[in-house]
Design a binder for this molecule. Structure first.
Ligand code: MZP
Length: 477
């Protein structure tokens, strides 16, 4: 007879955090959300640390180069989707790596008497949205001002407007003089910039990850290393397989131990230990909990996300105690409310991966549509017929090519810019951590107290027994 695991499997909404003593210095500005992305030996530091604990999902409808830039600028990391040809994925990776170059000689220059139409044409030709305005229109001329896409709206001003009427003049530009070193230039930018959390490599370029599968990694990985990928993640709905072990071992022995590879997904201790021993740099946890996922309905496999995280976190801690190697774990899928992120971290996750959350933003690759009075964005699963990512669901060998769907095609409410939304989510997490008397994720792992809640106390948790006013009524009182 099958072995029955006695414990009921639970998910996030069934838990609440119980506050600990808040000390006077437990204030949001003292909270750090830095967290290790890859494994490290006891007493050493990880080679990659996230500034905020967020990854974007390895999905066509989520992680392209635009979203990757926006997320890295906010301190997290995207894994560019692998359900696309190798060359196209490599191009997306290299676009992120080139987004912030070191010193470059401007090849987009115009004269002060140029017009908006010249700006539009030049932008179309070079793809650069920042244009130097110099006295003679060359890169070596005297700098008069710059034009960026923030300086004009094509539909609002005439194409015959002179650049001097809308450019940012030299008097308002923070600049360094010729001869400045790259370090000095970076300090100058650092002191005046809006994104102090940016996740940068040692050459000050934004960091980016790449999804891979267990089929074509022998060709895909070297091409993506060449394009500049900082880390890989094997993308699979069920990672407890010999195919993953083989892929990790091949990559490490052929391309070097320094190449970082995350693996998964798993929901239990035995699977974590298997991938840890195979050499995984982090392990991703979650089967069937994603918002667009129907794996549990279709195949009857999976586990409540909270129980999976709690169990795997215990295995991670035991592994660390015994082998003195800390292998971070990622909670992947099923985050519905911001507080679910805090719960996942409290339960032992080092960071979370989200799809639905990021799909709602301007920077995600999908179409924005108006349905009724609401704006929405498209969001489809990797196991849907639309994505046709059969490599993620095929267990190995030469087999069927996605004979049934494990995910759906859907809409999510449009939510605006990534930076604004992530900022709000971060504020909520930091605030809750203060309630729990914790200033770091490690402290949250060690000190958080969680309680299971009854279904009636969940009702008590929302507004209840009142007639809610709408926003207009509130503004008028
Ligand atoms: P969510 O943040 O939208 O709840 O979940 C995103 C996660 O769902 C992804 O990171 C991935 O692990 C998982 N996913 C993607 N496609 C499918 C599917 O087709 C899926 N079933 O489960």
């Amino acid at each position: 007879m099958a072995r029955i695991i006695e414990e009921v499997s639970h998910t996030f909404s069934e838990y609440l955090l119980v506050p600990n003593l808040t000390k006077k210095d437990d204030i949001p500005s003292n909270v750090s959300l830095k967290t290790p992305l890859v494994k490290f030996k006891q007493g050493e530091s990880p080679s990659i640390t996230l500034n905020v604990p967020f990854l974007s999902a390895v999905m066509q409808s989520v992680s392209n180069d635009t979203l990757a830039v926006a997320l890295a600028r906010s301190g997290g990391l995207s894994f560019i989707y692998c359900s696309q040809p190798i060359e196209e994925q490599a191009l997306m990776i290299s676009k992120v790596k080139k987004y912030k170059a070191g010193f470059v000689v401007s090849d987009s220059n115009l004269k002060p008497d140029s017009l908006l139409v010249d700006v539009v044409n030049l932008k179309e030709k070079t793809g650069h949205s920042t244009i130097a305005i110099t006295d003679d229109g060359t890169s070596s001329g005297k700098l008069i001002g710059i034009v960026t896409s923030r300086d004009y709206r094509v539909n609002k001003i005439s194409l015959s407007t002179k650049v001097t009427d809308f450019m940012t003049p030299i008097s308002s530009i923070i600049f360094g003089n010729e001869g400045i070193t790259l370090t000095e230039a970076n300090d100058l930018i650092w002191n005046h910039k809006e994104n102090p959390n940016e996740l940068l490599d040692k050459n000050k370029r934004l960091m980016v990850g790449a999804g891979i599968n267990t089929k074509d990694y022998k060709e895909r990985v070297p091409a993506l290393i060449q394009a500049g990928a900082d880390i890989f993640c094997i993308d699979s709905s069920d990672g407890f397989s010999e195919w993953q072990k083989e892929a990790i071992e091949y990559i490490k022995s052929n391309f070097g131990e320094h190449i970082k590879v995350g693996a998964g997904n798993v929901v239990g201790t035995d699977a974590f230990n298997y991938l840890a021993d195979a050499g995984a740099d982090f392990v991703k946890v979650g089967i069937g909990g994603g918002s667009i996922c129907i794996t549990r309905e279709q195949k009857g496999i999976g586990r409540g996300q909270a129980s999976a995280i709690i169990d795997v976190a215990e295995a991670r801690d035991k592994y660390f105690k015994e082998k003195k190697v800390y292998i971070p774990i990622c909670s992947d899928g099923g985050i519905v409310h911001d507080y679910h992120v805090t719960l996942a971290l409290a339960m032992g996750a080092d960071f979370v991966m989200m799809g639905r959350y990021f799909a709602r933003f301007d920077e995600s690759p999908t179409k924005k549509l108006k349905i009724g009075n609401n704006y929405v964005k498209e969001y489809w699963a990797e196991g849907s017929f639309r994505a046709r990512n059969w490599q993620r669901y095929d267990l190995g060998g030469e087999g069927q090519k996605l004979s049934f769907e494990e995910g759906v095609d859907s809409y999510v409410p449009y939510a605006g810019k990534l930076k604004d939304n992530l900022g709000l989510t971060i504020n909520k997490i930091k605030s809750t951590m203060c309630n729990c008397g914790c200033k770091t994720i490690e402290e949250l792992h060690n000190n958080a107290r969680l309680t299971l809640v009854s279904s009636t106390s969940i009702i008590e948790g929302g507004a209840h027994n009142v007639i809610l006013k709408n926003r207009e009524e509130s503004n008028n009182t």
